[in-house]
Design a protein around this ligand. Sequence first.
Ligand code: LLP
Length: 415
Amino acid sequence: MLKEYNPYLEYKDGELHLEGVSLKNLAKEYGTPLYVYSASYIRDRVRAYRRAFPEALICYAVKANFNPSIITLAKEEGAGADVVSGGELYLALKAGVDPSKIVYAGVGKTVQEIEFAVKQDILMFNVESSMELDVLNDVGQSLGKKVRIAIRVNPDVDPKTHPYISTGMKKSKFGIDIKQAKKEYEYARKLKNLEIVGIHCHIGSQILDVSPYIEAVEKVVELYWDLSKSGFDIKYLDLGGGLGIKYQPDQANPEPEDLAHAIMPSLKDVKAQIILEPGRSIVGNGGILITQVQFLKDKGHKHFVIVDAGMNDLIRPAIYSAYHHIVPVVERNSKYIKTDVVGPICETGDFLALDREIPYVERGDYLAVLSAGAYGFAMSSQYNARPRACEVLVEKGSVKVIRKRETYEDIIYSY
Ligand code: LLP
């Protein structure tokens, strides 16, 4: 069952290993909470995208995990980057991503961020509003450059995922209503410092059923032909990210190939290059959060396992009621307990699992929280003045610290 999450994850003599490295030894050496990532898994996932979409540009969505070593892995496998802030652009460049493979989305880009990206000559901006077109045009003028753009269209498709991570519906703040898009393209055409090169669309995240993609792509392709007829030279169709991953034991871990089978038929006559922006489906099941049991508490009607990873380390359960599978790092026996697995933070929402059956544990045991590679460390904070966790990358038996655990001093310096 573990192998369905990550083929490099296995028990050896009752101890959990990732790429041949004992997670118990890592926890002892580097302390907990500890994020551990599998480089081979991440490489495999980029390769799987490249195999499924041989002609496409795969832009790894840096927001899922912005550790420069992780971005570097994706880059080494041929990926570009999808960024959403000046900071992410900075990190992508630091990791050596070629600017001609960087796309930049986001509803609230500042002038400073835009200038930075224009100077770097990135592939294109994914524009989210009419006003942004004007600002991009102004920046282009002041820097004496033509700014390449795609308009992010909102196709009003329900991706059937958590409402907080649905982005392609009418009511969401993202993109421009696909019905208004042509008008905006006509407007952009009049702006001298813009070069219209693409159409962008991203409907949401953790999408397990590929049918909403088909619906969205069909609408985008319709716009593509309409624009082409009106003389626009659309070179890129950026279809966003969003492919889901296995979190629950009974969920599937869809392959990029499944997505290709779903959408490629609608794209067969399209001449534009396809861009995809996967984040979670590259790194999600490449990462594990190791935490140590601090206390057990039985309130009669309810049992608690209190661990040292809090919502500041992994906030997904708190804000999306997300399920993360939890397994012991060292197997004990087959006895199970029904429990809440909670963190040390002063919030009722500080939990990793509620009413979950997990194998019996004792104080000091280590637990592995699976599927934590995407939006795990990336969304972590110092809430309750807790230094952020250490991150370690393993590859075929080798171990590399890719971010040191923060100290109390670091908390002061970050103010
Ligand atoms: N492209 C754009 C424009 C996006 O907004 C996103 C994610 C992606 C690509 C990558 O999507 P992915 O392939 O990772 O699904 N914090 C939430 C997820 C937020 C996703 C935001 N946008 C979570 O933990 O589930």
